[in-house]
Design a protein around this ligand. Structure first.
Ligand code: LLP
Length: 407
């Protein structure tokens, strides 16, 4: 990848996504589930750029959305309604109504209270809502506590007994049609055992429900497959599929999954320019033009992202790579080896395709970065760099109003 050319053309900070890498990842999952009916959904939250969505949709992906706006983005990018799933622990009434009116595949319901809201709203609309219940299997995904979701102490889903009760309740309601079972135990999972354990719980429930003549068509195993940021040993698509399928012999459900990071994480690069080097005592800082508003993962989770100097050798001294934001938590890497650097040199922060731009903000009134796609060796802009006008567009008119009132 010609990072120098890209920096010249689009300036920095700049997100770059390798679309061929995304295709490869998606196809590997599709292939792993080849023997079964499957719906490989993309968890839009990982990177919701419309062109990223369009690319995955063109490969056959469905979309796992967690807000009405994510559903709208998926539709705008060309997603088929029957391939859209609506997840999330706190959907509000207007979002539920929107999803039902759009006639998407199903809503993943996370509590009894939510199920009753969905029923009420469906009744008002005089339709039947297709739902699945998110089961919390009480399985430890052994990942960062902030992104572990399958334990009783987490806010997500309902335990398996409650789930069974809710399915039975659905059976008696003309406005609820249970079509799926859902489970998502966490993110950046590197160990296959929790997947096996969780699907054992949900497959058991599936068989119980079949015995009660509740016809479940979709078995949604969630997302969470981890990627390599440094030297992690990751789960291969094939092994993921085998772990899931091991518990499902004799059933003919369609397997659904909702992968985010696995599909897009390694495809992304955050390109940033060195502003200055400085030493505070013996401590070396490399100050760059990207910051925690562009990539918050290091600050928020102490996450590691490999950083490399473009067109330089790899030897050098230890340094913290920090942004211009007024917080000591504003760092992209700590204690990494970097060659001597000066103003204008480029650094590339790797594996930033997932939860990079999508978690970015305007903190410090910084303009969000541009995004570029590389496909078949050609690059194209997929989001322009924000401008000052974008920053003040929603506030400017009130400034004028306030001035008048104060007069
Ligand atoms: N399905 C559900 C219901 C989810 O909550 C999530 C992610 C996914 C699927 C996709 O998970 P993935 O395959 O990407 O691991 N901001 C954090 C990650 C938060 C994940 C939230 N839920 C990070 O930067 O590591």
């Amino acid at each position: 990848m010609d990072f120098k050319k890209l920096a010249q053309k689009y300036q920095t900070p700049l997100y770059i996504y390798d679309f061929d890498c995304i295709s490869e990842r998606f196809n590997s999952v599709k292939e792993a589930f080849r023997a079964r009916k499957s719906l490989i959904c993309y968890a839009v939250k990982a990177n919701s750029n419309l062109s990223v969505l369009k690319h995955l949709i063109s490969l056959g992906a469905g979309c796992d959305c967690v807000s009405a706006e994510e559903i709208k983005k998926a539709l705008l990018a060309g997603a088929a309604k029957y391939k859209i799933i609506f997840s999330g622990v706190g959907k509000n009434d207007s979002e539920i109504e929107f999803a039902l009116k759009e006639n998407i595949l199903m809503l993943n319901v996370e509590s009894e209270a939510e199920l009753k809201r969905v029923e009420k709203i469906a009744e008002n609309l005089k339709i039947t809502a297709r739902i699945s219940i998110r089961v919390n299997p009480d399985v430890d995904a052994k990942t960062h506590p902030y992104i572990s979701t399958g334990l009783k102490k987490n806010k997500f889903g309902v335990d398996v007994d409650t789930a069974k009760k809710l399915y039975i309740y659905c059976k008696s309601s003309p406005f609820l049609e249970p079509v799926g079972i859902h489970c998502h135990i966490g993110s950046q999972i590197l160990d296959i055992a929790p997947y096996r354990d969780a699907t054992m719980v949900t497959a058991d429930l599936l068989r119980n429900l079949r015995a009660l003549e509740i016809d479940i068509k979709f078995f949604d195993v969630g997302g969470g497959l981890g990627i390599r940021y440094k030297d992690e040993v990751t789960i291969e698509s094939y092994d993921f599929a085998q772990a899931v399928l091991a518990n499902l012999s004799g059933t003919d459900v369609t397997i659904a999954c909702e992968l985010g990071r696995f599909l897009v994480g390694n495809s992304g690069y955050l390109l940033t320019k060195v502003l200055y080097e400085k030493y505070n005592g013996a401590k070396r800082f490399v100050i760059v033009d990207a910051a925690m508003n562009d990539l918050i993962r290091p600050s928020l989770y102490n996450a590691y992202h490999e950083i490399e100097a473009v067109d330089k050798n790899r030897d050098g001294d230890l340094a913290d790579v920090v942004g211009p934001i007024c917080e000591s938590g504003d760092f992209l890497a700590k204690e990494v080896v970097l060659p001597p650097l000066e103003n204008g040199d480029l650094l590339v922060v790797k594996s930033t395709g997932a939860y990079g731009f999508s978690m970015s903000s305007n903190y410090n009134s910084r303009l969000r970065a541009a995004e570029v796609a590389i496909e078949n060796g050609k690059e194209r802009l997929i989001r322009r760099r924000e401008e000052f006008e974008d920053l003040v567009r929603l506030e400017r008119e009130y400034l004028e109003g306030a001035n008048e009132e104060n007069r």
